[in-house]
Ligand binder design. Structure first.
Ligand SMILES: [Zn+2]
Length: 268
């Protein structure tokens, strides 16, 4: 029987390290800002499946949030004063077409809201290479992106707030001041002109930014900006141009989602 006990202990240890279930929940008065990219089925052999949350998994997450009394907010909502405990802000980066075909109907079904960080010049552009030249697989470039008509409908539905993600998904710290301003401020101007709504929320592409990029974001008139740093910040925000998020990965199971809602990160 000893081997069974050993196996049980090993399994319990693995489970504990994998999910860090003992970590206490972060104060529920701190809003959770969730980061998504695509709501679509994984693609066999693809590199970026972490960015693909299946529609079934997304629906299960929305149902859990609703059934557990969470309040859905946009990033602008988070900037307009206090929010109730258990507030969640769902965000989507880049502008994949499935945000319209798959995410919008599910968000409507569960009475949820979200913020879309749209790249202005998003079609036929392989921005993975701006981070690392050897990422030239074209995988994300081939993913269909939202058309302007789809974005308009998403915004007019009242479900989505429109936020900016630069003109070209730029790697901001590599740009000089002028190019930085064009990417950050230009994106806001173009989105506002195209869609006729105020754009005050921003996401740093790749989550890569330095102090000069934060300043460019402030100078461009954004009231808030999100990063890809894992975490859950106190609210109202001490530094609303460096808001941390909770990564929702297509590679995680449902238990991992619930634990991330509690602690903001996965495992150890
Ligand atoms: Zn992005």
């Amino acid at each position: 029987m000893t081997w069974m006990l050993v196996a049980l202990v090993v399994a319990a240890l693995w489970f504990s390290v994998r999910y860090a279930w003992w970590r206490p929940a972060i104060d529920w008065r701190k809003p959770r800002v969730l980061m998504y990219h695509m709501v679509s089925e994984p693609v066999a052999g693809a590199k970026f499946n972490g960015l693909r949350v299946s529609p079934a998994a997304f629906e299960r997450q929305l149902r859990w949030l609703r059934d557990h009394g969470f309040h859905f907010a946009t990033m602008r909502d988070l900037m307009e004063g206090s929010v109730p405990a258990k507030t969640v802000a769902i965000t989507f980066d880049d502008g994949y077409q499935d945000n319209y075909t798959n995410a919008l109907p599910l968000l409507q079904k569960y009475g949820a809201k979200a913020t879309l960080y749209l790249v202005v010049d998003r079609h036929e552009r392989d921005w993975s290479t701006y981070k690392k030249a050897h990422h030239a697989s074209g995988e994300l470039m081939r993913e269909p992106k939202l058309t302007d008509a789809q974005v308009r409908e998403m915004v007019q539905s009242g479900v989505f707030e429109l936020g900016a993600h630069t003109l070209t998904h730029a790697n901001l710290p590599t740009l000089d001041g002028e190019a930085k301003a064009r990417e950050v401020h230009g994106a806001r101007q173009q989105l506002e002109a195209l869609f006729g709504v105020p754009v005050t929320s921003f996401a740093y592409p790749f989550g890569i930014f330095g102090d000069a990029d934060v300043e460019a974001t402030r100078a461009a008139g954004y009231s808030n900006a999100v990063t890809t740093v894992d975490g859950i910040d106190a609210h109202p925000y001490a530094d609303p141009l460096r808001i941390r998020r909770v990564k929702i990965s297509g590679k995680d199971n449902f238990l991992a989602f619930v634990l991330r809602m509690r602690s903001g990160r996965r495992g150890l």
